[in-house]
Design a protein around this ligand. Structure first.
Ligand SMILES: NC(=O)c1ccc[n+]([C@@H]2O[C@H](COP(=O)([O-])OP(=O)(O)OC[C@H]3O[C@@H](n4cnc5c(N)ncnc54)[C@H](O)[C@@H]3O)[C@@H](O)[C@H]2O)c1
Ligand SMILES: [Fe+2]
Length: 385
């Protein structure tokens, strides 16, 4: 079977190895004449960015590069990018990279047309309706990790340094016009980033599936996404050149972000404050919390998880699924405790206060309060399941 296709769930997805060559057409398709390519400094020094710029040059599309993107990006990254976009007279953004560069690129394109400050557009109630939609610049996304699925999402996650909180900036028109998903771009990801980003995709599928709402479409996408992770993540970590495993992980990442419009849950609610306070990798932090949250949620999800386990070819029980998660973590080098991420109890009280307030907490199948957040955090510190 050829691992290639043109899909529209939920935007135009051009999927397949080598398809980065179609970047100039994608830019034209999005109606962009003078793109600003937003990426991070490490990727900017890699041949894939030079190759993309070459292909634009050949197609006579003038393009500048903006690289002020840090992991767990902050507001000043977006502000500097909006200045670069305006000063360079750019009419659209190529968001090129992992979740950090994709999110910054998307929010730059969104903020280009706004007069109100960015935090006015946090994903709270109908705040997005405050935005002036006509000024939002079009976006072409090019993911280089397989995890966040930000390239098929309508939001960007930016850290507010004044409160150390990760905030979601949301607008429906922040959805890229087209995303080029080329698994070839991910072959150079080091094993630790492959593992962390892949576990983020798994966390998206799993939390969406476990969410207590009615959304059979999301559920269907999530279970197949989990199966792809099961078949491919350990392979991609072991052998980065395994293009089939890379392709399946890239698909799983898209599927996770498509499914999580249903819900996320306590894995993300705990991981967001830990990431904002300790600057840990988002997906790796999710991976550490995953089994502790599963056990906490067990009373509400036991039957659902048994059904999932059966689909995955495991014995149809919660315990079989938990064992699979623990084995996958071990096979991909995920630490079993928070200490393994360099996180200690110093910020425990702040994390415990912030987690139930995180917008993802409301999608957890068992209500998450300060008391339960504390218990999960301590279990994750001590490795107690
Ligand atoms: N918008 C969303 O829906 C959404 C969802 C989940 C997570 N996020 C956010 O995404 C961010 C995390 O994104 P991420 O996990 O993709 O990591 P990242 O973008 O921070 O990248 C991690 C590192 O990997 C490097 N890298 C990326 N691609 C590479 C490649 N192909 N080869 C070699 N190195 C490569 C980067 O240069 C960087 O150093 C967090 O800020 C998180 O909050 C957003
Ligand atoms: Fe995530």
């Amino acid at each position: 079977m050829q691992l290639r296709g043109n899909w529209n769930y939920p935007t135009a997805i051009h999927f397949g190895a080598g398809r980065i060559a179609e970047l100039p057409e994608a830019v034209k398709f999005a109606g962009i004449k003078r793109p600003l390519l937003v990426t991070d400094p490490r990727l900017a020094a890699m041949p894939m960015v030079a190759g993309a710029l070459d292909s634009l040059r050949v197609a006579a599309i003038p393009c500048a590069v903006f690289t002020e993107v840090r992991p767990n990006p902050v507001a000043s990254n977006v502000e500097a990018g909006v200045r670069a976009l305006r000063e360079g007279g750019h009419d659209g953004v190529i968001a090129f990279g992992g979740g950090s560069a994709l999110d910054v690129g998307k929010v730059i394109a969104f903020m280009a047309g706004q007069t109100r400050p960015m935090w006015d557009f946090e994903d709270v109630g109908d705040w997005w309706t405050r935005a002036e939609p006509s000024g939002i610049a079009p976006i072409v996304a090019v993911p280089t990790t397989a995890g966040t699925g930000s390239d098929v999402g309508r939001a960007g996650v930016i850290t507010d340094e004044s409160t150390h909180t990760k905030k979601v900036i949301f607008h429906p028109l922040m959805m890229p016009k087209i995303t080029i998903c080329d698994p070839q771009l991910t072959v150079g990801m080091p094993p630790v980033i492959t593992a962390g980003t892949g576990m983020d995709a798994l966390a998206h599928c799993l939390e969406a599936y476990c969410g207590p709402f009615y959304h059979p479409l999301a559920d269907g996408i999530a279970v197949e996404g989990i199966r792809l992770v099961k078949e491919s993540l350990a392979r991609a970590v072991r052998d980065g050149q395994d293009i089939e495993a890379r392709a399946h992980m890239m698909a799983a990442a898209l599927m996770g972000a498509t499914a999580f419009q249903k819900a996320l849950g306590a894995i993300h609610a705990l991981s967001h404050p830990v990431g904002a306070l300790h600057d840990t990798h988002h997906g790796m932090t999710n991976a550490v919390f995953m089994p502790y949250v599963l056990v906490f949620n067990r009373p509400a999800i036991e039957e659902k998880i048994a059904r999932l386990a059966s689909y995955l070819g495991l014995s149809a029980s919660f315990d079989a699924f938990l064992r699979f998660i623990l084995d996958l973590r071990e096979a991909t080098g995920v630490p079993h405790t928070l200490q393994g991420l360099g996180v200690d109890a110093a910020q425990l009280d702040r994390v415990v206060a912030m987690a139930p307030q995180d917008p993802t907490a409301g999608g957890n199948p068992v209500p998450l309060d300060e008391c339960s957040a504390r218990a999960i955090f301590i279990n994750a510190l001590e490795g107690k399941l």
